[in-house]
Design a protein around this ligand. Sequence first.
Ligand SMILES: NC(=O)c1ccc[n+]([C@@H]2O[C@H](COP(=O)([O-])OP(=O)(O)OC[C@H]3O[C@@H](n4cnc5c(N)ncnc54)[C@H](O)[C@@H]3O)[C@@H](O)[C@H]2O)c1
Length: 385
Amino acid sequence: MPKDKFRVLLVSVGIFGQRYLTELTSGSYDATLVGIVDVVPHLEEKYPVISQLQIPVFPTMEAFYARNAADLVIICSPIHLHTEMILCALDHGSNVLCEKPLCADPAETRQLEQAAAQKKLILSVGWQLNYDRTVQKIKQLILSGAFGPVRGGKCLHGMRRGRNYYSRNNWSGHLFVHGKPVMDSPFMNGCAHTFQMMTYLLGNTMTEAEDIVRVEGELYRANPTLENYDIAALRCFTRENVPLLYLTCHAMREEYLGRFAEMEFEAGTLIWEEGLSYRFVYRDGREPLDFGPDSSPRFQKLHDMLACMRGQRDLPLSLPHTGLPHLHAVLLAQNLPVQDIPADRINILEEKGDRFCCPKNLESVLREAYAKNALPMEIGLSLVR
Ligand SMILES: NC(=O)c1ccc[n+]([C@@H]2O[C@H](COP(=O)([O-])OP(=O)(O)OC[C@H]3O[C@@H](n4cnc5c(N)ncnc54)[C@H](O)[C@@H]3O)[C@@H](O)[C@H]2O)c1
C-alpha cells in the first residue's frame, strides 16, 4: 500500500552506514528514519543528527520490532550478520536493501532470495554500479548485440588500506567470524565493484550477471596481521570461457591505482577509467561512442528501492542472484594459495596517523600486468623474489 512516507530502519552506522544516515536525514527522500540499530553505545555523540531529529537507537532489531514497524530495512552491518538480519526483517514484513556483498555463501544467497519471494517482499543489494543509468545504457546495447560477442576484459583497481581500516572491526581481512564465512579481501569487498559490474554487463537479463566457473592466478599477503590476502592478480573465466583479468590490492604506497578497465567485444573495445567517460572504440574506425561517466548518484539504489515499493518501478536492478557470479569468483579464488611477501620486500609507510605495508615494486608490477593483459608470473614479474 503506497504511503506518503515510508518508515525506514537503518541497521548499523559504521563506515558506510553513516552515508545512509546522511542521505536519510537530508530530506531528499519520501522516507522517515524511524530507528537505528547498532551495538555502539552513545551513537548520538558521534552523530548529533540522531538527537537533533530524535531518532531512537536500539541495540537489536528485535528490540526495535517489539514496539515498531518498518516498511524498509537498510542493512549496513558486517557481512557475517547480513543473513540473520535480512531474515529477521522479512519475518517482520519489511522490505530490505542490504549492502553488498549480500553474504559469503551461495546457498544462503538463494535461500534469502526465496524467503523474500515467499513473503512477497523486495530484497535488493547495494551494488551501486548496477543502478547507474550509464551502465544500464551500455548493458542494454550489449544485450541488443550492438557490440557483438565479448572476447575478454581486464581491470586494475587498487585502494590503499592500512592498520586503521583493518583494526576498526573484527571482520576486515578475515576469512571467518564466529564460524560464519566473510572471506574479506579487496576482491570480495573493498575493490569488488568493477569486477561485479563486468559480470553484470555480460548477464543475459537486466538483473542477471554472467557466471564465473573457473579462476586462476596469484594471491599475496603483504600485511602479515591478515588472515586473508591483500593483493590479487586473477583471471576469471565465464561459462563460455571468456577471460576477465582482475588486478586489485589494498597494500600499496599510492592511495589509488585505477580503476582502469577495458572489455573487448567483436566490434571494438569498451574503455573506462575512474571519473572519466565510458567509451566504445570501434575496431573498424567508426566514430567512438561516448557514454559519459557514471551518471547516477551513489544512492540511486535507495531511490530505486523506494520507487519499487511505491509500484513505480519493477524489481530493483540488483537482486541477490545479481551478485552470485562475483561470489562464485571470490570463492574459486579462495582455493588458490596465498603467498606471503617477505618482510625485506616491503616498505612501511606511516602517514596521516595510519600505517601501510607497501610491497616495493607492487604498483609497477600491476601496471605492467594490466598493460600486457597478463598475470605477473606469466611475464616474469614477482612480488616475492
Ligand atoms: N556500497 C559500497 O560502496 C560500500 C562501501 C563500504 C562498505 N560497504 C558494505 O557495507 C557493509 C558495512 O561495511 P562497513 O565498512 O561500514 O563496516 P564497519 O565494520 O565499519 O561498520 C559496521 C557497523 O556495524 C555495527 N555492528 C556490529 N555488530 C552489530 C550488531 N550485532 N548489530 C548491529 N550493528 C552491529 C558496528 O558497530 C558498526 O557500526 C559491508 O557489507 C560492506 O561491504 C559498501
